[in-house]
Design a protein around this ligand. Structure first.
Ligand SMILES: C[S@@+](CC[C@H](N)C(=O)[O-])C[C@H]1O[C@@H](n2cnc3c(N)ncnc32)[C@H](O)[C@@H]1O
Length: 283
């Protein structure tokens, strides 16, 4: 695909789907889109855009292709085990009700996995689990609690499957009791404002195609949205560059802790004006 065609495609994709490709790695995205469009009957990029404009199914295919929805319950069992045995119990020691944000949650496997773990750890506590994604079709399935196919629940132990899912042959639906624990909303990580005060933010397998600048901006925003001592949980291939500069301490492979309040206070730059005002003295 030539530069001009890619520039045109980027503009049209933003208008048609709301996805801003400026924050995605260009070489990879250009290669993927070239191969994707070549599998359609469109003879050119311009013709493809015209077809997408008038064909809802093609628009949906494009959206799915851009957002890569693949997900499953307890995806990567090892970090989920660390979440269950170390990270959540430690957070629960000094904050009994957790405020959690699962970003890029796709069809809901990730926030529901966390809801199941918390149901086991603290059965009588009402935590808040916010789950967001840019893709409204995925969010519809997430809100409905499925149905999920067997490959999406392959990491769920049989006992947990029986306890937390309604099972019909090869189809699994999360039980209403767990469904009610998660609040699903549309949110674009690259455009929408962030809430604050989260004890745990989960952002896994979402930033793999983002540019380095977009990732850095996002991680800064996550740091601001975490409460002191809060945890950021990322994917196995999404290690955070310059974590220390952002005020994050690494806790094993996929977890980062924001500095606790005392440390943040100690490392804040000295502000003479504020200090003078606080002491109520004249210079
Ligand atoms: C590969 S899935 C990962 C799902 C889940 N986090 C997991 O690890 O199983 C990536 C998800 O990120 C979402 N996504 C992509 N770009 C996004 C953006 N700018 N804002 C919010 N979500 C986004 C996609 O719609 C998709 O559902």
């Amino acid at each position: 695909m030539r530069d001009l065609e890619y520039a045109y495609l980027k503009t049209r994709i933003k208008q048609l789907t709301g996805v801003d490709l400026d924050s995605y790695r260009e070489r990879q995205m250009r290669r993927r889109l070239t191969s994707f469009i070549s599998r359609t009957s469109a003879p050119s990029v311009v013709a493809y855009c015209r077809m997408v404009e008038s064909d809802k199914a093609m628009l949906e295919d494009l959206r799915s292709f851009l957002t890569i929805k693949v997900s499953e319950f307890f995806r990567d069992p090892l970090p989920f085990e660390q979440l269950k045995t170390e990270i959540l119990p430690q957070l629960l020691m000094d904050r009994p009700r957790l405020n959690i944000w699962s970003t890029g949650c796709s069809v809901g496997g990730e926030p529901y996995s966390i809801a199941i773990i918390l149901d086991k750890l603290t059965p009588f506590t009402k935590h808040r689990i916010l789950a967001t994604d840019i893709d409204t079709i995925s969010l519809e399935k997430a809100k409905a609690g499925g149905p999920y196919r067997s490959n999406e629940v392959r990491n769920v132990p049989t006992q947990i499957l029986r306890e937390y899912f309604d099972i019909f042959e090869d189809s699994y639906r999360i039980k209403e009791r767990i469904r009610q624990k998660v609040d699903f909303r549309r949110h674009d990580l690259l455009r929408d404002p962030f809430e604050g005060g989260f004890d745990l933010i989960v952002c896994r397998n979402v930033t793999i195609y983002f540019t380095e600048e977009a990732k850095m901006r996002l991680n800064q925003q996550f740091c601001q949205s975490l409460s002191p001592g809060g945890i950021l949980f990322v994917g196995g291939t999404e290690a955070i560059a310059r974590a220390r500069e952002l005020g994050l301490t690494t806790l094993g492979h996929c977890f980062y802790r924001k500095q606790p309040a005392e440390t943040v206070m100690k490392t804040l730059p000295f502000d003479e004006d504020r200090a003078v005002k606080a002491m109520n003295v004249r210079r």
